[in-house]
Write a protein that binds this ligand. Structure first.
Ligand code: ADP
Ligand code: MG
Length: 412
């Protein structure tokens, strides 16, 4: 084998991307088509900060991929730049609750961002608040604190309390003020919030509507120009990605992922252009990865609950009630010789799985018994089974699942 020739020939392979990073989810583009009015709205609410006045709190909701994070980060960074130019004392703080395990970590992040010294553990939430107060109280600064994916905070134990304390913090500050921007993908959250938190956060409420296929096309086109080599996209690739994403709910993240992964597949296959086929392959690959990523990182009891659903639904072809799932779950924990958590806790796990999109709740009519809430799998059972079986903690139980599952389906 000629190593040098190998290197040369791979360098000569057709190149698909110019700058693939421009399609990654964390990249915040300079230009956000079809969000002009939202950007203007958020900017005008925050503008008083430049004059040293506390902006209203804002509560933003909308489905995933509707540009909430991008818009908020975009405006926040411009606000800081402008504040520096005009010498206004404004500081933006951005935290995303999804990536934090506990309310303590979230509040500690905010503390660190405002210059308080917070140990990794060891303080009570109240003490962390004390340190935040001390750090910010006399700085004569307007802090704009974004709590992104706030539902992940609100649903955790103690989360409500942290939110409540945050919304009251201004009464204890001297020269400084804190404005809050709460962002969520979940409309349910709005209803489940502590009413005092809700009314305080929701001084201004903004709803981000989903994008339609035309708008997604514009968004993709702008980003594709920066990300791809000229001419590598076949003509109907962008409309196809836009249409597939619009069919779900107009999720820009999904549209961008489809386009990026289609490009990656084309590159992997050594093809010189991105075709429709690559887009369809991308769709399947994304779905598979999504399930694997979510399921892999679930705690053991959540995996067991999922395994129970897989068993009750016979590999996903039917639905299950919470009672049926709990019974199966109990059987599995007893078999493994581990603690069985309460039905209440399992209901909580089911709500989380629903939120993650792994299962879906549905109300069905059961004849004279009236309507019942049931659960069904929202992911490919074969992929789910395979991912669960990677976890050695599931031990023998995986054979039980396999048996039920193998009977109904040949996907293994
Ligand atoms: P959300 O926070 O509402 O779930 P994001 O702001 O994270 O959505 O957007 C998802 C992805 O789509 C990100 O990569 C973001 O940069 C991109 N995006 C969303 N809206 C636009 C837009 N109007 N123009 C360009 N890119 C966008
Ligand atoms: Mg977001």
């Amino acid at each position: 084998m000629d190593i040098v020739r190998d290197v040369f020939s791979s360098a000569l392979k057709p190149r698909i991307f110019r700058d693939r990073e421009k399609l990654l989810p964390d990249y915040v583009p300079e230009f956000l088509p079809h969000r002009e009015s939202e950007i203007k709205r958020v900017a005008s609410i925050l503008a008083p900060a430049l004059r040293g006045e506390k902006p209203s709190n804002i509560f933003i909701y909308g489905l995933t991929g509707t540009g909430k994070t991008a818009v908020v980060r975009h405006v926040l960074s411009k606000l800081e730049v402008t504040a520096r130019e005009v010498k206004a004392r404004v500081k933006g703080v951005y935290v995303n609750a999804r990536y934090r395990d506990t309310p303590y970590r979230i509040i500690a992040d905010i503390g660190e961002a405002v210059g308080a010294r917070i140990p990794f553990t060891g303080l009570s939430v109240g003490e962390v608040f004390g340190r935040i107060l001390k750090a910010v109280s006399d700085t004569n600064t307007i802090y704009v604190v974004v709590l992104d994916e706030i539902d992940f905070l609100a649903r955790k134990r103690g989360g409500d309390d942290v939110l409540y304390k945050l919304t009251r913090i201004n009464s204890e500050l001297r020269s400084s003020r804190i404005s809050l921007i709460g962002v969520t993908n979940s409309a349910d959250l709005v209803e489940s919030l502590d009413p005092r938190v809700k009314s305080s956060l929701g001084e201004v409420e903004l709803v981000f509507p989903p994008y339609n296929a035309e708008q997604l096309k514009d968004i993709l086109e702008a980003r594709a120009r920066e990300a791809f080599q000229p001419g590598v996209l076949e003509e109907d690739i962008i409309p196809l990605c836009a249409a597939l994403a619009a069919r779900e709910h107009g999720d820009a993240r999904r549209a961008l992922d489809l386009l990026r992964v289609a490009g990656e597949i084309a590159e992997r296959l050594g093809d010189s252009r991105v075709t429709r086929n690559h887009v369809y392959m991308a769709r399947d690959e994304i779905e598979r990865d999504r399930v694997v990523d979510i399921v892999r990182t679930l705690p053991l009891h959540s995996k067991l609950v999922l395994a129970s659903i897989l068993m009750v639904t016979g590999g996903g072809s039917s639905y299950a009630t919470t009672g049926e799932v709990y019974e199966k779950y109990r059987y599995l924990t007893v078999k493994l010789g581990i603690e069985t958590v309460t039905l209440r806790r399992v209901s909580g796990i089911l709500a989380e799985l629903d939120m993650l999109g792994v299962i879906a709740g549905r109300v069905v009519s059961r004849g004279r018994y009236g309507k019942t809430r049931v659960l069904e799998l929202a992911v490919d059972p074969g992929v789910l089974y395979k991912t669960l079986s990677e976890d050695i903690a599931l031990g023998d139980v995986i054979d039980d699942i396999g048996r039920v599952f193998g009977k109904r389906s040949s996907v293994r």
